[in-house]
Design a protein around this ligand. Sequence first.
Ligand code: FMN
Length: 166
Amino acid sequence: MKKTDIGQLDMNAVRMIGDEWMLITAKKGETANTMTASWGGLGVLWGKPVATVYIRPQRYTKEFVDAGDQFTLSFFGGDCKKEMGYLGKVSGRDEDKIAKSGLTLTDVDGEPAFKEAKLVLVCRKLYEDDIKPELFIDPEIDGKWYPDRDYHRMYIAEITAAYAAE
Ligand SMILES: Cc1cc2nc3c(=O)[nH]c(=O)nc-3n(C[C@H](O)[C@H](O)[C@H](O)COP(=O)(O)O)c2cc1C
């Protein structure tokens, strides 16, 4: 992968995240875990390029994201959706799902990411908070998405590096 200036990349975050999906990957000690995500954002905050991700409290990956300061986002440009479907259905608590997925872990700036990715963003956590039900302006969202009261944790992270497949 080639280190790339994120400002020079032509990206459509709605398509990349919402349609093509991404893998959020982080490490805890010697192990890594990953999960599929189709909610999130890419933008600018506090003068930095940032990624925002939303992780429900029951995800095993949350323990890994919480364990350190960094995580990665791997994008596959519409490929590997079968693998991402699996990684988004099974928990790393129950299976060695990365090995079973057929995707290959690699090290990017010391963080786990995926070799098959078309783009890897290395992210450094800046801010986190839970979605709070009392703050919904449109109360329908609460009823529709949170019947189990499992409000997402929001993480805003600086994109410290971008690597594109060569
Ligand atoms: C297409 C797709 C998108 C998903 N997006 C999210 C998301 O944005 N946030 C989230 O918390 N879970 C999301 N999930 C669910 C997790 O990926 C799923 O629960 C996964 O098995 C968690 O694995 P883990 O327990 O090993 O972390 C998504 C699943 C799929 C299939």
